[in-house]
Design a protein around this ligand. Structure first.
Ligand code: NAD
Length: 478
């Protein structure tokens, strides 16, 4: 074991009393030790952040933007090291880290640096005199993020919080702590203002709960499972604390017979299996119009079979391991449930056969399942692995009914050449994000998040800046 990971509080590394093993998903080997933050370390992090808040919030927006850009530049200068760390920690392909996830973390800082300069508020001039609205930072805010896109989702929260003038205590997932650890060290190295960005490491029980319940923490921005999100909402309610929740999904991809073929299979293959299906936006239920169904399944399954997991560190690998032993088992159990429910395993269906050095790793073959009804467990519960179902629909109404037939409402795809139909369905589908003939095309200014059990509130652009500020109206009678 060569790496010791701890919490960064006021630019100093703190180790709590309890340590967790950190595993390399590709081999199953322990490669780092995570010293969990306990309640005392969390209190120190919050106190340091509270102390840093007056000076940070008084900086001009351009000065805060300057600091965010410096962080972005510093990550960019070490892009390869960050990409290698992320790939090792998560089991995802290095190509994904190098070309998408770490660059996106850098963009998050640059985007919200620009947002700090652009953020404006309303004024209303009329019978009630002159009203203008101040949007002031909240103070100390907490962020809690998951293991599937570690640095990408961590920075998606801390960048707007910092840009809006808050100090942040950030808790990454204990399953994938490494890139957040590197970020904490980098912030210290570049002399980022002390206390403004604190990284606390550890599990939900050790570090998460003390953060959520700390009275000085004014808001919690959480991304993770629906079950934990609901617990956090309850805890926040006790202190009437603002919270934003980005939770699970069971997203539908509606494929009509007139779907443009250009990019159709490639995109659906990505939306099914990118990051081994461990992206909240993945389309895990593909619904195909009856007349196109057989042809679609034949072609899609052939392509899925050709996508074999490989060494995450190899540049040509497009499918890596899943994140942990527990998650691996959960996905295998979900596939067993699909079989028990009468599903036809068109390809995959279990652990992938791997070369000897990866035999201890957690690799699952891309799995396509057909023949299951909308209400079965497989089509209702989030699996969060390289597993999709494909089901037929008869017409628009049937497609819509199936798309909406889960408790979730995060994202959906609509594939058709009939744009009127696409817009009609986009209005009717209960999801926060709709893609027409595309997937994962992201403009960081747009609202990001879900409805129903997929969450509460939105991230992205102005929505995030508003979440991290308190509006205050000032009225002058004229
Ligand atoms: P999780 O809910 O188990 O953990 C998420 C984070 O919460 C981790 O940092 C964890 O340590 C922390 N945590 C756990 N219990 C806590 C508690 N009681 N109090 C405070 N913090 C606590 O989720 P996960 O398994 O890490 O991530 C996978 C889930 O995240 C999936 O359900 C996925 O859909 C969801 N997700 C959603 C989005 C989105 O934008 N909607 C994005 C990515 C992932």
């Amino acid at each position: 074991m060569d790496i010791e990971i701890g919490s960064w509080v006021n630019h100093r590394l703190r180790h709590g009393g309890h340590a967790l093993a950190v595993f390399e998903p590709a081999t199953g080997a322990i490669y780092a030790r995570l010293h969990e933050a306990d309640a005392e370390i969390v209190r120190a992090a919050v106190a340091g952040a509270a102390q840093a808040f007056p000076a940070w919030s008084r900086l001009r927006p351009s000065e805060r933007a300057g600091w965010l850009n410096q962080l972005a530049d510093a990550i960019e200068a070490e892009l390869d090291a960050f990409a290698e760390a992320e790939s090792r920690d998560t089991g995802k392909p290095i190509q994904l880290c190098r070309e998408i996830e770490i660059p996106r973390a850098i963009s998050n800082f640059r985007f919200f640096a620009a947002a700090a300069m652009q953020f404006a508020s309303e004024s209303h001039h009329g019978e009630a005199g002159l009203n203008y609205t101040l949007r002031q930072p909240l103070g100390v805010v907490g962020t809690i993020s998951p293991w599937n896109l570690p640095l990408y989702l961590l920075t998606w929260k801390i960048a707007p919080a910092l840009a809006a003038g808050n100090c942040v205590v950030a808790k990454p997932s204990e399953v994938t702590p490494l890139t957040a650890h590197l970020l904490g060290r980098l912030a210290a190295d570049i002399g980022f203002p002390e206390g403004v960005l604190q990284i606390i490491q550890g599990s939900g029980i050790s570090a998460g709960i003390p953060l959520v319940t700390h009275p000085l923490v004014k808001a919690i921005s959480f991304t993770g499972s629906t079950a934990v999100g609901k617990q956090i909402a309850l805890q926040c309610a006790e202190q009437l604390k603002k919270c934003s929740l980005e939770l699970g999904g069971k997203n539908a991809a509606l494929v009509f017979a007139d779907a443009p073929r250009d990019g159709l299979y490639e995109t659906l293959l990505r939306s099914s299996f990118q990051n081994a299906g461990q992206i909240c936006l993945c389309g895990s239920r593909i619904l195909v119009e009856q007349s196109f169904y057989d042809d679609f399944v034949t072609e899609f399954v052939a392509r899925a079979k050709a996508l074999q997991p490989g060494d995450p560190a190899a540049p040509e690998t497009r499918l890596g391991a899943v994140v942990s032993s527990a998650h691996y088992q959960k996905i295998l159990d979900a596939i067993a449930t699909a079989r028990a429910e009468g599903g036809n395993i068109a390809c995959g269906g279990g652990a992938a056969t791997m070369p000897r050095m990866f035999e201890g790793g957690w690799f699952i073959a891309p799995t396509v399942i057909t023949g299951l009804a909308p209400q079965c467990q497989t089509n209702q519960q989030e699996i969060f692995g390289p597993v999709v179902t494909v089901s037929p629909f008869v017409d628009d109404a049937d497609a819509l009914a199936q798309a909406n037939a889960t408790r979730y409402g995060l994202a959906a795809q609509i594939w058709t050449s009939d744009l009127q139909r696409a817009h009609r369905l986009a209005q009717a589908i209960d999801a926060g994000i709709i893609w027409i003939n595309t997937w994962m095309t992201r403009d960081l200014r747009t609202p990001f998040g879900g409805m129903r059990d997929s969450g509460l509130g939105r991230e992205g652009g102005v929505e995030a800046m508003r979440f991290f500020t308190e509006p205050k109206n000032v009225c002058l009678a004229l």
